[in-house]
Write a protein that binds this ligand. Structure first.
Ligand SMILES: [Zn+2]
Ligand SMILES: [Zn+2]
Length: 313
């Protein structure tokens, strides 16, 4: 299990950029694995303003192929190539992604030095990426679109007192954790002998773009440590927002409450919304643990509320 499970919001706007708001993109670090969730226009510049390097990205998860969620890939990939990237880049996406990306990423003259592995994801399946696993759910949007659920693997805690009592050498502990057993000095040690219980992995759920899906989304986001739900405007524009396949801050908060998540981040604000405090106020009146995401906000997801790191909002 990872010790780092950290978000960096790179862009939080929707539709088109404005001077103070970048297009949707969130970095999720799981220890040394750097994941990008959506990659709107300008994401590479936002990465340069953050603590992360655009060269370190391992996996990109695209929620859907509306331009505000993927156009940043074109520039990002070309910059990676300029900087002599060698390691492959994985892109996970909804159906039709292979065709759309093979067209989009062949725009202009440049030479690709590394492999891009595009994988169209099946909703409902769980995919194992080593330190964590993820699954997708189809959302209610005018084009094929996914919400993603990322789950860190559970970890067996090691009980130091038991280790000392049995005289288990430190250097074989990771082997025992991994294989369930290890031999040393003619003795066999098992995980049960040194286990101090299970530490549950942390969960992040990202809605992508969607109309409100109170039943399905709250089931998909059940008990998440962090739930990032799109919140295009406040409730005064709800009929229009819903008509175009989006959700209001009021509706996002109701889903968060129903899902029993620990914390909600509002995300994907319409460029027409200038005062975000209204969205936060509205969401908090329903679900108290509602927060605004904003450009370059970092949040290390704690194991529980009491373990929140300093500097977290
Ligand atoms: Zn969008
Ligand atoms: Zn969209």
């Amino acid at each position: 299990m990872a010790s780092l499970f950290k978000l960096t919001f790179l862009g939080t706007g929707g539709s088109w950029p404005s001077p103070g708001r970048a297009m949707p993109s969130i970095a999720l670090q799981v220890d040394s694995i750097v994941n990008l969730i959506d990659c709107g226009e300008g994401t590479q510049k936002q990465l340069m303003k953050s603590q992360l390097s655009f060269m370190d990205i391992d996996n990109v998860f695209i929620s859907h192929f509306h331009g505000d969620h993927f156009l940043g890939l074109l520039g990002l990939v070309q910059s990676m190539s300029f900087n002599d990237r060698q390691k492959p880049l994985n892109i996970f996406c909804p159906e039709m992604g292979s065709r759309i990306l093979s067209n989009a990423l062949s725009v202009g003259y440049y030479r690709l030095n590394f492999d891009i592995i595009v994988r169209e994801i099946e909703p409902g399946q769980t995919y194992d990426l080593g330190e964590f696993e993820f699954s997708a759910m189809k959302t209610d949007h005018p084009v094929p679109a996914y919400a993603y659920r990322f789950r860190e693997k559970d970890l067996v805690r090691i009980d130091r007192a038991k280790v000392d009592e049995l005289g288990v050498p430190d250097r074989i502990i990771e082997t025992i954790r991994r294989n369930g057993t290890a031999e040393h000095g003619g003795k066999t040690y098992t995980l049960d002998q040194i286990s101090g219980g299970i530490r549950k992995g942390r969960i992040l759920v990202y809605s992508g773009d969607t109309r409100p899906m109170p039943e399905k989304m709250s089931e998909f986001a059940r008990n998440a440590d962090v739930f990032i739900h799109e919140s295009t405007t406040d409730s005064s524009l709800e009929p229009k927002v819903n008509e175009f396949g989006h959700t209001s801050s009021r509706q996002a908060a109701e889903i968060a409450l129903k899902a029993k998540v620990k914390r909600l981040f509002l995300f994907h604000y319409s460029p027409r919304v200038s005062d975000l405090r209204l969205l936060e106020k509205e969401a908090r009146s329903i679900f108290n643990e509602s927060y605004l995401s904003r450009e370059l906000l970092e949040y290390s997801i704690p194991f529980d509320r009491s373990g929140a790191a300093n500097g977290n909002p």
